[in-house]
Ligand binder design. Structure first.
Ligand SMILES: [Ca+2]
Ligand SMILES: [Ca+2]
Ligand SMILES: [Ca+2]
Length: 81
């Protein structure tokens, strides 16, 4: 598993449904996104060290609420700056 691994998501779009700042440092560190345009969340990303870059990505490909793939590192869909 390399840092450049791409996460397979349901679609190629990205609509952020929730953007959170869990450590209240003023920078987003939690993103809940919809990648296939159906309005349901299927991509969850976390910045655990506060540098603004995604560190953990979880994909819920069947949208049943349980992540089907978890990827450490920057393999996810980094948020637009
Ligand atoms: Ca979706
Ligand atoms: Ca980070
Ligand atoms: Ca699932």
């Amino acid at each position: 598993m390399s840092d450049s691994e791409k996460v397979e998501t349901r679609g190629s779009e990205r609509t952020d449904l929730i953007v959170g700042d869990t450590n209240r440092d003023g920078k987003a560190d939690l993103w809940v996104s919809d990648t296939d345009g159906d309005g349901k969340a299927d991509l969850f990303q976390f910045d655990t060290d506060g540098d603004g870059k995604v560190d953990v990505t979880m994909v819920d490909r069947d949208q049943d609420g349980n992540p089907d793939q978890v990827v450490d590192g920057d393999g996810g869909h980094n948020p637009a700056a």
